[in-house]
Design a protein around this ligand. Structure first.
Ligand code: HEM
Length: 415
């Protein structure tokens, strides 16, 4: 028997896969490499989930319609061996009820079509001058501080201001939105304690009230913004209900900055750890838009997404799964799979491979990808022009969470 194998079951502790362990969080990639070598599908008992470790299978799972984010539209919790919902976090559940991320057909395509009708590539492109201006003014203010914290002094206020502008949320409310969203996204982690759940519940309740008030206001006084358009959008005789608009606004606001900010943090850390790569940007050899893809592939902000097996016949690399099984797609592992990427651990910002799965795939493919790509590329452009000699002042640490991967802080100096 291999030391990594305890009688047919993977010995995750021996491999170092412990999503709560600081050593794993600090650098999960060597552990992912060992998982990939061990097998494409590994059952992880603490979460009762079958982990997919390789690119090929994560890519296929994202597009497999027999897998779903939700099962309750087709099965009872008993049938899936899950506890009945106890409704202990009613506001949090209300805020998630119509979130695109959680929906299945027929609700998902219906709501996604309506949201896509207003959140278009054109609406994002039209925002470019505003995004450039917000980036420049936020970065100049941060640089004026001397040493500055790239995440709290730049990435957060910038990204929150962008998504607020797009939706039509007053920018002065940015700090409140940040607090609510940080509390809410803790619910997506594998380990969430009671305090964190309570904080998420309270945040969701306040957030819902806040968004409802905004919707009331825009219904009376429409403006040129996404909230007004979500209220007005109609397509094939269909409209969004108020509950659907509330959840859509919340998911756009939260998703609209959390992953973008963490990509900027993780990606700038990577660039500053690889000065030769930063030099390629400053020297103009690599376009910022090309670098964005490698930042997301090499150390992405989202590490795990799960799906339920809803229909018979699902199989990965000969591992047959049953209805009611849950799979976990290890994004960070897939994006470092040597079977898909040449020299996958090399951080090569000129790689020019947008085929990573950092934005997902299939019907839940990130609706904000064009905005995220633009925001990050604009940031790199501003950083190279205003702070070409950017350097780390202190070694950054990661926040103690696995699913949402981001730094506690990134203290840098512009000269
Ligand atoms: C670098 C930044 C970002 C990354 C890496 C990212 C990644 C992802 C991924 C992986 C998914 C798919 C989840 C799944 O399959 O279950 C997703 C979905 C989504 N993202 Fe993003 N995202 C980013 C930025 C944004 C932005 C800026 C917005 C909005 C303004 C946004 C809004 C959404 C929404 C609404 C969904 C759900 C789509 C659906 O289920 O149909 N994201 N994102």
């Amino acid at each position: 028997m291999s030391p990594l194998d305890s009688g047919g079951e993977t010995d995750f502790a021996a491999i170092g896969f412990d999503p709560a362990a600081p050593s794993f969080i600090a650098d999960p990639y060597p552990v992912f490499a060992r998982l990939r070598e061990l097998g494409p599908v590994l059952y992880y008992p603490p979460r009762r989930v079958h982990l997919l470790t390789r690119f090929e299978h994560v890519h296929a799972a994202l597009r497999d319609r027999r897998l779903g984010r939700e099962f309750r539209h087709r099965y009872t919790p008993q049938e899936f061996g899950q506890p009945e919902s106890t409704e202990r976090w009613p506001s949090w559940e209300e805020s998630e009820r119509w979130s695109l991320l959680n929906l299945e057909p027929p609700d998902h395509p219906r709501i996604r079509r309506l949201v896509s009708a207003v959140f278009t590539a054109r609406s994002v492109a039209a925002l470019r001058p505003v995004i450039e201006q917000l980036s420049e003014e936020t970065l100049r203010a941060a640089i004026d501080l001397g040493d500055f914290e790239l995440i709290t002094d730049y990435a957060q206020p910038y990204s929150v201001a962008v998504i607020c502008t797009l939706l039509g949320v007053p920018r002065v409310d940015g700090p409140r939105l940040l607090g609510w969203s940080h509390a809410i996204v803790k619910m997506y982690e594998l380990h969430t304690d009671h305090e964190q759940k309570l904080a998420a519940e309270l945040a969701a309740a306040e957030f819902i009230d806040y968004v409802r008030a905004l919707i009331d206001d825009r219904r009376r006084h429409p403006e040129v913004d996404l909230i007004s358009e979500l209220i007005q959008v109609a397509d094939q005789g269909d409209r969004l209900t108020d509950d659907e608009i509330v959840c859509t606004v919340i998911v756009l606001l939260n998703a609209g900055h959390e992953a973008t900010v963490n990509t900027l943090g993780n990606g700038m850390r990577a660039l500053l750890h690889h000065p030769a790569q930063w030099a390629r940007i400053v020297g103009g050899d690599v376009e910022p838009s090309t670098a964005v893809e490698e930042m997301i592939r090499w150390d992405g902000p989202l590490q795990l997404f799960e799906r339920w097996v809803l229909d018979d016949g699902v199989e990965f690399a000969g591992h047959r799964l049953r209805v009611g099984d849950r799979i976990g797609m290890l994004f960070g592992s897939a994006n470092r799979d040597p079977a898909r990427f040449t020299d996958p651990d090399a951080f090569d910002i000129g790689r020019g491979d947008g085929g990573h799965i950092g934005f997902g795939g299939g019907m839940h493919f990130c609706i904000g990808a064009p905005l995220a790509r633009l925001e990050i590329a604009v940031s790199i452009t501003q950083l190279r022009s205003l702070a070409p000699r950017l350097r780390l002042v202190a070694e950054p640490e990661y926040q103690p969470f696995f699913v949402i991967r981001g730094l506690k802080g990134l203290v840098v100096a512009a000269s």
